[in-house]
Design a protein around this ligand. Structure first.
Ligand code: LMR
Length: 329
C-alpha cells in the first residue's frame, strides 16, 4: 500500500518536476518518385537517420518514396505551397518552373565522366543554378548523383536509326524532346509513376533512364532490349521551401545543413555501385537483352545527337554550356 501511495504521489508531482514539456517536433515531409532502393531513395533515408539521431526528437523526417504522396508535377507545386518540405527532383524537371538552364544537364554526351559532373555541380554553375531557385521560393541544398542513362525498347537499339518512329517516354525537358527528335523518335512527356504501365500496354514503345530506375520499376520486365549507351545523365537537386528553411531555428538549420552535406557525399559514393548492381540484377533476371555499344557505335550516337547542343543553346544559355565544356576540357 505504501509503495502504491508513494507512486501515486510521485506521479502527481511529475508534471511539475519535468522542466518543460517537449515541443512538438518539426516535421519534414520528404517526397520523391523513385523506389527506396535507389541512390535517391537511400539518400533520403540516410538523411532521415542522421537528422533524427542528431536533433534528438526535435526534427522528424517522413520519407514518402514511389510517388506515394505526389507525382512529378504535383510535388513541385506542393513544395512551393509548403505542403511538403523537401524534394529531390531530377534536374530535368525544372523547365516547367521556367528554370530552363537546368536542362543543360540533359544535353546528350555533355559529361564525359562523373569527375566533370562533380566539378560542375560543386563549382560556379551549380551555385548559379541554386541562386535562380530563390526567386521561385525554393532553396537548393545539394546535388545528388544517379548516373548515366540507357535506352530501351522492344527491338534492339544499336544504331540511332533504330529509334526512328518509336514513341519514347521522356521527362518534362525540352532538351530531351530535342534529343529524341534528333534521332527521329517521337518524345512523350510522362510522369515517372506512369512509365511501367505505359510500357506494358504499349502507350509508348520505349524509354531512357538510369539502370537503377529501370530495375526498381521493373521496366526491364516489359522491355526486351536495353542499350547501355550512357548518352545522357540523371542527377538531382535536393530542394526545400525557402520560407520553411529560413524560419528554422539557426542551430537546427546548421545541423540539417551538415547532415545534408554528409548525405550528399554518401549518395555520390554509392550511386555508381547501385547502378552497376542493378545491371547485374537485370542480367540475372534474363528477360532483357543487354546491348553494349562499341566505341565506333557510341560515336555514331554522339554525332547524331550533338546538333541538340547548338539547337538548345538559346534555351539553356550558351554560357552555361560553355562553362560545362570548360570543366570537361
Ligand atoms: C524520371 O522521371 O525518369 C526520373 O527523373 C525519376 C527519378 O527521379 O530518378
Amino acid at each position: 500500500f505504501r509503495r502504491i501511495a508513494l507512486g501515486a504521489a510521485l506521479a502527481a508531482l511529475l508534471p511539475l518536476a519535468t522542466p518543460a514539456v517537449a515541443a512538438d517536433p518539426i516535421i519534414i515531409k520528404f517526397s520523391h518518385v523513385v523506389a527506396a532502393d535507389t541512390p535517391k531513395g537511400k539518400g533520403a533515408d540516410h538523411f532521415k537517420q542522421l537528422v533524427e539521431e542528431r536533433t534528438q526528437g526535435r526534427v522528424k523526417v517522413e520519407v514518402y518514396p514511389n510517388s506515394t504522396l505526389y507525382k512529378d508535377k504535383e510535388e513541385l507545386e506542393a513544395l512551393q505551397l509548403g505542403s511538403v518540405q523537401m524534394l529531390a527532383p531530377s534536374l530535368s524537371k525544372f523547365g516547367p518552373l521556367g528554370l530552363k538552364e537546368f536542362e543543360a544537364f540533359d544535353l546528350p554526351f555533355i559529361f564525359p565522366d562523373r569527375n566533370v559532373l562533380a566539378r560542375v555541380t560543386e563549382g560556379p554553375v551549380g551555385a548559379g543554378l541554386f541562386r535562380k531557385l530563390e526567386s521561385r521560393g525554393i532553396v537548393g541544398l545539394g546535388y545528388w548523383d544517379n548516373g548515366f542513362k540507357s535506352m530501351s525498347a522492344n527491338k534492339p537499339l544499336r544504331k540511332t536509326e533504330d529509334l526512328k518512329g518509336l514513341k519514347m517516354r521522356i521527362q518534362s525537358s525540352k532538351v530531351l524532346e530535342g534529343q529524341m527528335r534528333a534521332v527521329g523518335a517521337i518524345p512523350q512527356v510522362m510522369a515517372f509513376s506512369e512509365v511501367y504501365q505505359a510500357l506494358q500496354t504499349g502507350v509508348v514503345d520505349g524509354t531512357e533512364n538510369t539502370i537503377s530506375n529501370y530495375y526498381t520499376q521493373k521496366a526491364h520486365e516489359v522491355q526486351k532490349h536495353l542499350t547501355v549507351s550512357d548518352h545522357g545523365y540523371i542527377g538531382y537537386a535536393v530542394i526545400t521551401n525557402k520560407k520553411f528553411w529560413e524560419g528554422l531555428p539557426p542551430d537546427l538549420r546548421a545541423t540539417l545543413e551538415k547532415a545534408m552535406q554528409e548525405t550528399t557525399r554518401y549518395v555520390n559514393v554509392i550511386a555508381k555501385q547501385e547502378n552497376d548492381d542493378a545491371l547485374a540484377k537485370i542480367r540475372a533476371a534474363g528477360k532483357t537483352e543487354i546491348i553494349t555499344l562499341s566505341a565506333a557505335e557510341r560515336d555514331a550516337w554522339r554525332k547524331a545527337m550533338l546538333p541538340v547542343h547548338k539547337e538548345m543553346a538559346s534555351r539553356v544559355g550558351a554560357e552555361t554550356i560553355a562553362a560545362i565544356a570548360k570543366e570537361a576540357a
